[in-house]
Write a protein that binds this ligand. Structure first.
Ligand code: NAD
Ligand code: LMR
Length: 328
C-alpha cells in the first residue's frame, strides 16, 4: 500500500465539496491505489461547523477503503499543516446578475490569509488548486504570499470551461465527447475566456473542417461556454457544483498523470501568448511528472485568437490593479 497523501479542502460544508469530497475519498482524484487523509476547513461559525460535521458523518458512513484519516478544522493553520494538496474551494459564490469579478474584494482577503498560512505550514511539495472565484486572481493573490513554495505550485481551475467547450463541440459535430481533443481555454475564468477551437480536433481532423459554421464557432459557441456559469445560476438558482467538483477532480488527476495530452490550467504567465507577466492565465499545459507541468508555448494563434487573448488579458490586468494592495 502506498503511503497516504494529505489533502486539505476548504469550504467543506458548501455545495461543491458535497460532490467533491466523496469522489476524492473514493480514489477518483489520485487513483484507486492511493490512500488519502482529508483535512476539512470551514468558517469558525457554529452552524457551519455543525454542517461540516454532517458531511464528515456521511463520509464515514461510506466506509471508503482509501480514506485513512479525516479531521475537521476551524483554523487554517491546523487544516493546512503538512498538506500535500490544498484545494481552495471555500469562498462566496456569485448570485444572479453578478460577474465573478464582483467577488474580488470579499474573496480576495481569504486568499491573502490562506496563501500565507499554506506557505508556512503545508508540506514542501504542496500543490495549491484555487476553485473559489474569481479563481485566476485569487490564485495570484495566494501565490504572491508564498516565500517558500514555488509559484508553479499554485494553479487555478478552467477545466470546467474546457469540459463545457468539449461537450458543446461534440454536440454540434454529432460525435462523442471523447472524439473531441485539444480544446484549450485561454485567459480568465470569466466570459472573456477564449476556448480556442482553431487547434481543436474532432476524430483527428481540425474542428474547423468538421464544423464549417464559422459564425457558430466564433459566436454562439464561445458565448455559450463563456456564459455557462451564469446560465446555470439562472436555471438552478445557485452556481454549478457537481460539474465544478468534477472539473476539480479532472484538474488534479490530469496534473498527476504523465501523458502527451494538452489540458487547460491557470498558471503564472511568463509573457507567453501575450499575457502580461505575473498574471495567472489559463493556457495549454502537458503533465511531465506527478504534479509537474510544462506550459506549451508554440500553439499557433490566428489574428482572431490574438484579439480574444488580448481582451481576456486586459481583464486580468484590470483585476490585478483592483487587488494590488493584496499582493504582498
Ligand atoms: P458555497 O457557498 O456552497 O460554499 C462555500 C463554502 O465556503 C461555505 O460553506 C462557506 O462557509 C465556506 N467558506 C467561506 N469562507 C471560507 C474560509 N475563509 N475558509 C474556509 N471556508 C470558507 O459555494 P460553492 O458553490 O461551493 O462555491 C465555492 C466557490 O467556488 C465560489 O467562489 C464559486 O464561485 C466557485 N466556483 C468556481 C468554479 C470554477 O470553475 N473555478 C466553478 C464553480 C464554482
Ligand atoms: C461556473 O463557471 O459555473 C462557476 O465559476 C460559477 C459562476 O459563478 O459562474
Amino acid at each position: 500500500m502506498k503511503p497516504p497523501v494529505t489533502i486539505a479542502v476548504t469550504g467543506a460544508a458548501g455545495q461543491i465539496c458535497y460532490s467533491l469530497l466523496p469522489r476524492i475519498a473514493a480514489g477518483e482524484m489520485l487513483g484507486k491505489d492511493q490512500p488519502v487523509i482529508l483535512k476539512l476547513l470551514e468558517l469558525p461559525i457554529d452552524q457551519v461547523q455543525k454542517a461540516m460535521r454532517g458531511v464528515a458523518m456521511e463520509l464515514e458512513d461510506c466506509a471508503f477503503p482509501l480514506l485513512q484519516g479525516l479531521s475537521l478544522h476551524a483554523e487554517a493553520a491546523d487544516a493546512f499543516k503538512g498538506a500535500n494538496w490544498c484545494l481552495l474551494v471555500g469562498s462566496k459564490p456569485r448570485t444572479k446578475g453578478m460577474e465573478r469579478a464582483d467577488l474580488l474584494k470579499d474573496n480576495g482577503k481569504i486568499f491573502v490569509e490562506q496563501g500565507k498560512i499554506i506557505d508556512e505550514v503545508a508540506a514542501s511539495d504542496c500543490r495549491v488548486v484555487v476553485v473559489g472565484n474569481p479563481c485566476n486572481t485569487n490564485c495570484m493573490i495566494a501565490a504572491n504570499q508564498a516565500k517558500r513554495l514555488p509559484k508553479e505550485n499554485f494553479t487555478a481551475m478552467t477545466r470546467l470551461d474546457q469540459n463545457r467547450a468539449r461537450t458543446q463541440l461534440a454536440k454540434k459535430a454529432g460525435v462523442k465527447v471523447t472524439d473531441v481533443e485539444n480544446i484549450i481555454i485561454y485567459g480568465n475564468h470569466s466570459p472573456t475566456m477564449y476556448a480556442n477551437f482553431n487547434n481543436a480536433k474532432v476524430k483527428g481532423k481540425a474542428v474547423t473542417e468538421v464544423i464549417k459554421d464559422r459564425a457558430w464557432l466564433e459566436g454562439e459557441f464561445l458565448a455559450t461556454v463563456g456564459k455557462r456559469g451564469a446560465a446555470i445560476i439562472e436555471a438552478r438558482g445557485s452556481s454549478s457544483a457537481t460539474s465544478a467538483a468534477n472539473a476539480c477532480i479532472d484538474h488534479v488527476r490530469t496534473l498527476t498523470t504523465v501523458g502527451p495530452d494538452l489540458h487547460s490550467i491557470v498558471v503564472c504567465s511568463d509573457g507567453s501568448y501575450g499575457f502580461a507577466k505575473g498574471v495567472w492565465a489559463s493556457m495549454a499545459v502537458k503533465t511531465v511528472a506527478y504534479g509537474k507541468y510544462e506550459v506549451i508555448k508554440d500553439q499557433p494563434l490566428t489574428d482572431f485568437c490574438k484579439a480574444k487573448i488580448k481582451a481576456t488579458n486586459d481583464e486580468l490586468v484590470g483585476e490585478r490593479d483592483t487587488v494590488k494592495e493584496m499582493l504582498g
